[in-house]
Design a protein around this ligand. Structure first.
Ligand SMILES: *[C@@H]1O[C@H](CO)[C@@H](O)[C@H](O)[C@H]1NC(C)=O
Ligand SMILES: *[C@@H]1O[C@H](CO)[C@@H](O)[C@H](O)[C@H]1NC(C)=O
Ligand SMILES: *[C@@H]1O[C@H](CO)[C@@H](O)[C@H](O)[C@H]1NC(C)=O
Ligand SMILES: *[C@@H]1O[C@H](CO)[C@@H](O)[C@H](O)[C@H]1NC(C)=O
Length: 227
């Protein structure tokens, strides 16, 4: 009796581990649809590595270079997208609002493309830590939407065509550590509100048309490494 019970436990644990081992997690079907919509808007198809015959979270094909996922949902059976990289792909489009529907997206890197227009207002709900839009053709005033994305730690928007002054609301970005605004058409004085961003380690603002002195408040940037 005791031996039977032991055998049963042994067998069921082998079966269980086999089951959990062979079961691979897949991207949530809703997020697959969102990625398809984004791919369609940006002209990212099979040839560009956005091949939906393969699950985006398995890293198969070129997916590994485009998408990272967290597969710990529903007891490790469901994945959600956490990072997206679309870099140097010659994408010429407006920024899709659909990125905001990926609720677990933490990092979005779209550097070196031809994205134009401004930041979609839908993005205000995003909980991004990293946003890299360097080297595109984005334009208009410093986007209000960005000043409300308070989870941002890294904001890199250099090499675009943004213009006007830096709004004082940038002070909302309390978690900001790296900020690059270089090579845009920004002007005016640096707002005193920037003093509140005491977590900044890297600040790049060159190649704009800022005026005035270097403000005294930069002495509040006690963690600054690169200026
Ligand atoms: C999910 O996977 C992690 C890492 O492999 C593991 O530590 C954890 O126990 C798993 N959780 C469940 C509910 O299976
Ligand atoms: C982008 O365009 C340039 C110039 O037309 C071309 O040389 C390059 O291969 C393109 N890159 C990609 C990833 O399509
Ligand atoms: C700096 O960042 C930490 C976490 O990274 C956060 O707890 C803290 O509030 C931030 N500093 C300020 C001045 O908000
Ligand atoms: C920079 O700003 C000044 C006014 O503050 C203006 O006269 C000048 O034309 C601007 N330069 C460029 C390149 O926009």
């Amino acid at each position: 009796m005791k031996l039977n019970k032991l055998l049963f436990l042994l067998l069921s644990s082998i079966l269980y581990s086999h089951f959990t081992f062979t079961q691979s997690a897949n991207l949530h079907s809703q997020e697959v649809e969102i990625l398809k919509q984004i791919g369609e808007k940006l002209g990212l198809d099979r040839n560009k590595g956005w091949d939906f015959d393969k699950d985006p979270c398995t890293g198969q094909g070129k997916w590994g270079a485009s998408v990272s996922c967290d597969c710990s949902f529903d007891r490790n059976t469901t994945c959600r997208v956490t990072q997206i990289y679309i870099t140097s792909e010659n994408v010429s489009a407006a920024l899709p609002s659909e990125f905001a529907k990926l609720q677990n997206l933490k990092s979005l890197d779209l550097n070196r493309n031809y994205f134009h227009g401004t930041i979609p207002s839908e993005w205000v709900t995003m909980r991004l830590n990293f946003l890299i839009l360097m080297g595109n053709r984005l334009s208009g005033p410093f986007p209000t939407t960005l000043t409300r994305m308070t989870t941002l730690q890294v904001l890199i928007i250099d090499g675009n065509q943004f213009s006007g002054s830096i709004p004082k609301e940038i002070a909302n970005l309390r978690n900001l550590e790296k900020l690059s605004l270089s090579s845009n058409d920004f002007n005016g004085r640096l707002p005193i509100a920037l003093a509140k961003l005491s977590n900044l380690t890297d600040v790049m603002i060159s190649d704009n048309n800022f005026t005035g002195k270097i403000p005294n408040f930069i002495s509040h940037w006690t963690k600054i490494v690169t200026l």
